[in-house]
Design a binder for this molecule. Structure first.
Ligand SMILES: Nc1nc2c(ncn2[C@@H]2O[C@H](COP(=O)(O)OP(=O)(O)OP(=O)(O)O)[C@@H](O)[C@H]2O)c(=O)[nH]1
Ligand SMILES: [Mg+2]
Length: 467
């Protein structure tokens, strides 16, 4: 952290404004070397006041590269807590690159991915959960995901983990006192107090783990598989849900072979929808492979849209082979335009209703016409309702541990369980102290107090350069 880093902070490509960021002990000097407040470059900026906006020019000797705004921010009141300068230039690939190269030639070093945020963490301006939330905000694919990331960025998870850790540290201090002063041990009543603290912390850790399980879909997207017999209209529905023509639709059965996947946001919730090959008995090798892949997607899906059409006949056995019993399923009856007009009048000579196994009676059954865009809004609402009905209760606590946090919580839980056993079996207090220390360290990896260099590298390497 002794050197000064620079990077383009805005995305590649053309735009109104592009930002270049410089951070480190020489940030002000390096910026001053390329910046002048007049076109002729005679007026050196002199002392740059913090948090002011300077208008001027970036110059390479006699050449003006761009007209810019320059914002100096002295540490610790900056993103990294170091001296930071942000240069707002016009956003073109060449102009930003030229300014960056000029800065590098004046003594700055090109930053590594996430290095600005890493410096903010190492200077203890933010903890590790807040640093991770920065990446989550950037990558948020839905309003809900953004909301949780923003709350984590404000320190919601940090505070709750720290509170648990403080309770354990308090217990640890009692245990240490009773080891050092065995005569006072009885007054400290480690058994009762310890059990109570361990129970509280264990319950919270379990709740956090559950919150992770319930809500990790917010980041990754809820997986929906559209499946059914060939030609029932799966690809037509896929295109309706995505609101664009992604899957090929033809009147020929067996059109879709490879699974077709795309992300879509419905009512602020992210979904990943997969259109699959129609499942039936066939000798066609390509279809057989497509059907195998379809089954894999059905197995992994959080929700299956099982599609039928008027005239579909399906036995119990056939249905069982298509969809595993424990799946969350919405039955989608497509092509209702063949049965009735939009005003509800029955069509003469209409095909028979689908004949389905008894197990389907209990499933939600939505009637649609993918071709004529009927019932799609209702289906979307049903999908969102089924997948996120538990979300409202979760929002109160407003923290969602990620996979890394969850693994640390599981590890902590192991040590906490062992600590409780120690108290119950009246083991020596030294043994209890070891379990407590380990559980405190496990929770510390979440906030970064005890995180190893490897953990830090893994986290920050996933950032983009300039963040
Ligand atoms: N009348 C009517 N036809 C539809 C409807 N939805 C789809 N179709 C037609 O049904 C045929 C098959 O549609 P697809 O969406 O390709 O069906 P699929 O289930 O993906 O078919 P495969 O990929 O071959 O398994 C096409 O001719 C569509 O135009 C509908 O709601 N009503
Ligand atoms: Mg298809």
């Amino acid at each position: 952290m002794n050197d000064t880093i620079a990077a383009i902070a805005t995305p590649y490509g053309s735009g109104g404004i592009g930002v270049i960021r410089i951070s480190g002990p020489e940030a002000m000097d390096i910026a001053a070397r390329i910046f002048s407040r007049t076109r002729t470059g005679k007026a050196a900026p002199g002392h740059l006041a913090s948090h002011r906006v300077y208008h001027g020019y970036v110059r390479d000797k006699a050449d003006i590269i761009d007209e810019v705004l320059l914002i100096p921010m002295y540490g610790p009141r900056s993103y990294t807590a170091e001296d930071v300068v942000e240069i707002q230039a016009h956003s073109g690939t060449i102009v930003l690159k030229q300014i960056l190269e000029l800065l590098l030639s004046k003594g700055a070093r090109l930053s590594e991915p996430g290095e600005f945020t890493k410096r903010a963490f190492l200077h203890q301006r933010i903890d590790l959960t807040q640093a991770e939330a920065v990446a989550d905000i950037i990558n948020a694919r839905s309003v809900s995901a953004l909301k949780f990331a923003a709350s984590q960025n404000m320190g919601a998870l940090k505070e709750q983990i720290q509170a648990l850790r403080d309770k354990l540290i308090h217990l640890m201090s009692l245990v240490e006192v009773s080891i050092d002063f065995p005569d006072d041990a009885e007054d400290l009543d480690i058994t009762a107090r310890g059990t109570q603290i361990l129970d509280t912390v264990t319950t919270r850790c379990k709740a956090f783990i559950q919150q992770h399980e319930d809500a990790c879909f917010l980041k990754e997207g809820i997986r929906i598989a559209i499946c059914g017999k060939p030609n029932v209209g799966k690809s037509s529905l896929m295109n309706r849900l995505l609101t664009r023509e992604k899957s090929i639709v033809t009147a020929m059965p067996g059109t879709t072979r490879d699974p077709i996947q795309d992300a879509v946001n419905m009512n602020g919730v992210p979904f990943v929808v997969t259109d699959t090959a129609g499942i039936h008995d066939t000798d066609d090798l390509v279809e057989i492979i497509g059907i195998e892949r379809a089954k894999d997607h059905i197995k992994d899906a959080d929700l299956v849209l099982f599609m039928v059409e008027p005239g579909t006949v399906l036995s119990d056995k056939e249905f069982e082979k298509m969809v595993p019993a424990e799946k969350k399923i919405i039955l989608v009856t497509n092509k209702i335009d063949l049965l009735q007009d939009p005003d509800g009048r029955k069509k003469p000579g209409r095909p028979p209703m689908p004949e389905l196994p008894g197990a389907c009676d209990a499933m939600p059954n939505i009637h649609i016409s993918a071709l004529h865009d009927r019932g799609i809004t209702h289906l979307r609402e049903k999908i969102v309702y089924l997948c996120v009905r538990d979300l409202t209760t979760m929002e109160d606590s407003a923290v969602i541990p990620n996979l890394r946090h969850k693994n640390a919580l599981v590890q902590a839980l192991g040590f906490l369980t062992s600590a409780k056993e120690n108290i119950k079996n009246r083991e020596p207090e030294e043994t209890l102290a070891i379990d407590l220390k380990n559980s405190i360290d496990s929770l510390g990896t979440i906030t970064g107090e005890t995180a190893s260099v490897d953990i830090l590298d893994t986290i920050f390497n996933n950032f983009c350069i300039g963040k």
